[in-house]
Structure formats: structure tokens, C-alpha cells
Design a protein around this ligand. Structure first.
Ligand SMILES: [Zn+2]
Length: 284
């Protein structure tokens, strides 16, 4: 088993073919580790843009990549067929920090090569949740690569940020710090049809209270002081992703504003529920 940790830099450009904006890959960096996590080789290349010719100012500023750099690169198809050969035929787990790079890679393959899958991708691990679980940071809050490195005691300043090879090496260093073969297996995703469908899926909130996917139990509220079911006093109103209603406890008469959000994820519904007691205004 080998591990390939990949990082991409991209430029947001207008793509005529799709009548919209696309993140065109301009640089790739990758590190290859063997099963003992020793660095075997690195891969680094600029990609000559073919969708948008000029780099955005923000991209130049963030990455220090110049128009001359990318003009000196090779075309997308050439670079990625070289990468494919470089990865080789050994069983490989591909990793990246966050799945944004994989989404962009899929977009670029589709736009530039007309294919909807990535030929060298069979097993994938999103490093970010894997590292974050080891760090025991809040699951709902995604942390950046340099922050994770810092928490792991890695000197992130030794790497030049937002450059593909340096970021892939920094990611590899984070991976080494938290690596555990058995724990990793839970994070390995097989890249079949489901994998692509899941990546393409855009989570969205449910806005109709009668949607059968809503778990009715979540629309009840129990008074925390009395432990009895409170009575809903207003209709559910939907605003800013949440259903909101006022509940009143039949015992202590406390009124509470309850807000529930049902987020439709690819394979489940994510529920967030908050309650705020309404404090009666004191008469002067
Ligand atoms: Zn009560």
C-alpha cells in the first residue's frame, strides 16, 4: 500500500462551455509515501491554463504564482497522464486536505477531458476530518491545514503556504503525526458511482414543514424544568433555514422560542435545534 497526498492551486475563471465560473487548476503538488510512511518521491508541475488565460490578482497574491510560471507549464491532459504514470499500479490511497481539491479535479476532468471520473482515483481519504478527530477539535468547525499543523506541533512556517508541493508535504507531515492504520480504514472511501454522487450533492435545508423526511419528534419540545411536553402556541414559521415557533409549558407557563433546522445531506438529515426562553418584560 502506498499513499499519495495531493494538493492543487487553482484560478477562478469564466468557462464558456458551462456559461459559468470554474476553478481551473494551475499547479499540482504530490508526495508519495510507502506503507512505512517514508517519502518515496514528489511530483510538482505548473499547468498551462486553457480556459482562462490570466491569473486573478487574488490568486497571484495568495500563491505568488505568476502568469509566466503557468505559461511555462504543461497542458492539463499531459500533466495528469504523467501523474497517473507516476502513481503507478501499486494499490494507492489518495489523500487531500478537505475534499475541495477532489471536487475541482472532477470539474477539470469533465471540462477539459470530457470524462466524469478520475482515472487514478480508487481509494480516497479526506485528511481534514481524519486529523481533526485525532486532535479532538469540534466536528462542526473545519480547521485549516496550517492551524492543524500548529496544533500538532509542526513548524508550518518552514513550508511556503498555498503552494501545491509545500502544502502536500505539510499535509503529509500532519498525516504522519496522527497515522494509525486501523483508524484510517474507517476514513477510506471507495471511489465508485456513490462517491461521485455524494461529492456532487449539495446539502440544502428543508423548507416545507410537511416534508415526510422531517422527523416529527424533533418538532416537540419538553420543558427542561418540569420535564413535561410544552404546548406549541404559534404556527411553525420558516426563516433563514430554521422553522421557528413559540412553546409554552403547561405547568410553569414558561414560554420558549424553539428553532429547528433540517439539513438534507446526501444520506441523512442533519438536525440542529435551539431553544431560548422568553423572559417577560418587567413593568417599570
Ligand atoms: Zn415548565
Amino acid at each position: 500500500m502506498q499513499y499519495v497526498i495531493l494538493d492543487l492551486e487553482w484560478n477562478n475563471v469564466y468557462g464558456r462551455k458551462i456559461h459559468g465560473f470554474i476553478n481551473e487548476i494551475i499547479e499540482i503538488g504530490a508526495v508519495k509515501l510507502n506503507g512505512r510512511l517514508e517519502e518515496v518521491d514528489t511530483f510538482s508541475s505548473f499547468i498551462r491554463p486553457s480556459i482562462g488565460k490570466r491569473l486573478r490578482g487574488s490568486v497571484k497574491k495568495l500563491t505568488n504564482i505568476t502568469n509566466d510560471d503557468v505559461q511555462g507549464g504543461e497542458p492539463f491532459t499531459y500533466v495528469f497522464s504523467t501523474l497517473r504514470k507516476w502513481i503507478g499500479s501499486e494499490p494507492t490511497v489518495l489523500l487531500s486536505w478537505g475534499n475541495g481539491d477532489i471536487r475541482v479535479l472532477i470539474e477539470n476532468y469533465k471540462y477539459l477531458n470530457g470524462i466524469t471520473y478520475i482515472p487514478f482515483l480508487s481509494n480516497y481519504v479526506d485528511l481534514q476530518p481524519f486529523v481533526q478527530r485525532k486532535l479532538q477539535t469540534d466536528k462542526g468547525q473545519q480547521i485549516g491545514l496550517s492551524r492543524a499543523a500548529e496544533l500538532l506541533g509542526i513548524d508550518a512556517d518552514a513550508y511556503s503556504h498555498h503552494r501545491a508541493l509545500a502544502d502536500s508535504e505539510l499535509s503529509a507531515e500532519c498525516f504522519r503525526k496522527v497515522f494509525d492504520f486501523d483508524d484510517l480504514q474507517e476514513y477510506v472511501q471507495t471511489c465508485g458511482t456513490d462517491f461521485y454522487a455524494k461529492l456532487a450533492f449539495k446539502p440544502h435545508p428543508i423548507s416545507n414543514i410537511r416534508n415526510p423526511l422531517i422527523d416529527k419528534k424533533q418538532l416537540a419540545y419538553q420543558c427542561p424544568k418540569c420535564g413535561v411536553n410544552a404546548v406549541r402556541r404559534t404556527e411553525w414559521k420558516y426563516s433563514n433555514r430554521f422553522f421557528r415557533a413559540v412553546f409554552e409549558c403547561p405547568t410553569c407557563h414558561t414560554q420558549t422560542k424553539v428553532s429547528v433546522r433540517f439539513m438534507r445531506m446526501y444520506d441523512h438529515i442533519d438536525v440542529k435545534k435551539t431553544a431560548a426562553e422568553i423572559v417577560p418584560q418587567q413593568a417599570e
